[in-house]
Design a protein around this ligand. Structure first.
Ligand SMILES: NC(=O)c1ccc[n+]([C@@H]2O[C@H](COP(=O)([O-])OP(=O)(O)OC[C@H]3O[C@@H](n4cnc5c(N)ncnc54)[C@H](OP(=O)(O)O)[C@@H]3O)[C@@H](O)[C@H]2O)c1
Length: 288
């Protein structure tokens, strides 16, 4: 039997974080646009996460836009010394809420300064360059230009560590020739496993892999196998989906998103779940 302790950690840049973190995207309004329905509830979720030991929060200034970062600052500043806030740049929002590529030197520099101002920081812990060559999926194409801009901002002392998001293995290899890459953030979960080989390769290199949509994102995971395994364990399907990710590889850091304190507690408790070899085999068959 294997079990994962919530206190399990992995390296993120020069910091060590718990493998169960929190993704703040659900704190903005509907469609990740505008203010949340319940501002105080959003503050409460962040405070509960940190009080529960979460020391890795994922965000972006284009959530809202600006809203999520401003809520993080209101809830948590002055920040606890062990808290690592990871943000991303490379997109901006249209007036209708659309997601627009923002890869010029001016836009990337502006995005770093927007994150610093709205989070109330002098330096950003980790900034992911989010590829927008295709909004939804990794698409081949050089990221040298924007990554060079981000590396320049790092040299100026505004950014500690750089990561990549929505990228292919070729883009990660290109990126590692330009600067050190601390983490990769791509779409991955129990049912969507295009990055299986990449995860194992990054584990060998000691690079963190941070799956976005770990619970399925806007269409949460649904599977009778997942429900059966969860039922036998006396757990919820979402807890089992997270526990499976923690078992999948040691370099996986989780940032499940939620706008509910009850779901936050449930998700953090997934770290205590034990999955038998039989359960792991059943869950491993879901993607096929
Ligand atoms: N790099 C990128 O391109 C990218 C893209 C998307 C997201 N992200 C990051 O990844 C993080 C995670 O992704 P995500 O929030 O979009 O998707 P997710 O974590 O896969 O799922 C969030 C959805 O699951 C629901 N949920 C959460 N916990 C639950 C539980 N215990 N039981 C039932 N439902 C539950 C949430 O609803 P409730 O609010 O009702 O709990 C929400 O609808 C984001 O917060 C963001 O920081 C990055």
């Amino acid at each position: 039997m294997s079990s994962v302790n919530e206190s399990d950690t992995f390296k993120l840049g020069d910091r060590t974080v718990k493998r169960l973190g929190y993704g703040a995207m659900q704190l903005a309004g509907r469609g990740v646009f505008g203010p949340p329905k319940d501002h105080d509830a959003a503050l409460a979720i962040l405070r509960e996460a940190v009080a529960s030991g979460v020391n890795h929060i994922d965000t972006a200034d284009f959530y809202g836009p600006h809203v999520t970062n401003q809520i993080i600052r209101e809830a948590l500043a002055p920040y606890r010394g062990d808290l690592v806030i990871v943000t991303k740049i490379g997109a901006r929002r249209g007036e209708d809420g659309s997601w627009i590529p923002a890869f010029s030197r001016e836009e990337l520099t502006q995005a770093v300064h927007d994150n610093l101002r709205n989070l109330g920081l002098d330096v950003l812990d980790v900034v992911n360059l989010r590829s927008m060559l295709d909004v939804h999926h990794p698409a081949e194409g050089s990221l040298e230009g924007p990554l060079t801009v981000l590396a320049d901002l790092q040299r100026k002392g505004l950014v500690r560590h750089i990561g990549l998001s929505n990228v292919t293995p070729a883009q990660i290899a290109e990126g590692r020739r330009i600067c050190q890459i601390a983490c990769v953030q791509n779409y991955y979960n129990l049912a969507h496993r295009a990055d299986d080989a990449l995860i194992d390769d990054l584990a060998l290199q000691g690079i963190a892999y941070v799956p976005f949509f770990p619970l399925g994102g806007f269409t949460p995971l649904q599977s009778s196998t997942l429900s059966d395994v969860a039922g036998r364990l006396g757990a919820t399907p979402m807890q089992v989906a997270l526990a499976w990710l923690l078992r999948r590889a040691p370099n996986i850091l989780l940032i499940p998103g939620t706008s509910s304190v009850a779901h936050l507690r449930e998700n953090l408790a997934a770290g205590q779940l034990t999955l038998s070899p039989q359960a792991l085999a059943e869950l491993g068959g879901i993607a096929s």
